[in-house]
Structure formats: C-alpha cells, structure tokens
Design a protein around this ligand. Structure first.
Ligand SMILES: [Zn+2]
Ligand SMILES: [Zn+2]
Length: 69
C-alpha cells in the first residue's frame, strides 16, 4: 500500500501526501516521497530521493560550467 515518507532522517511517515512536520529534521517543510514498499525499508522512496539529489547536483554542476565558459 502506498505511503509517504520523509527522507531527511526523521523517520516521518504518512498515509497521505504532505510535508515533513518535524522541526528538527533537515527536510522540515519539504515534500514527503511516495513509497510502496512492503518491508518497511522504504527502499523505493530512498532510491527516488537519491536520484533526485543526484539530478540536483548535476544541474548545479552544469550551471557552474556555464558561468565559467
Ligand atoms: Zn523529516
Ligand atoms: Zn516504504
């Protein structure tokens, strides 16, 4: 069954889309990531979050290159 988790490390989990509510979490106020794992490992959502972080890094790298060129 689909659920939504925070990948910021607070362990937040919700049955509906939303944002992290944990004040002390680095992802506070950020969108929860949809996940449909059955084992509680949330590998589904973690893979998505990793890909997203990778994409953001690549975009930042490209921007830097443009500035230099
Ligand atoms: Zn969080
Ligand atoms: Zn999960």
């Amino acid at each position: 069954m689909e659920h939504f988790i925070c990948t910021g490390g607070c362990g937040g989990i919700s049955g509906t889309p939303g944002v992290c509510q944990m004040d002390s979490c680095p992802h506070h106020g950020k969108d929860l990531v949809s996940c449909s794992c059955n084992d509680g490992e949330h590998s589904d959502a973690k893979t998505k979050a990793e890909l997203e972080a990778l994409r953001e890094t690549e975009e930042g790298y490209e921007d830097t290159n443009k500035d230099e060129a």
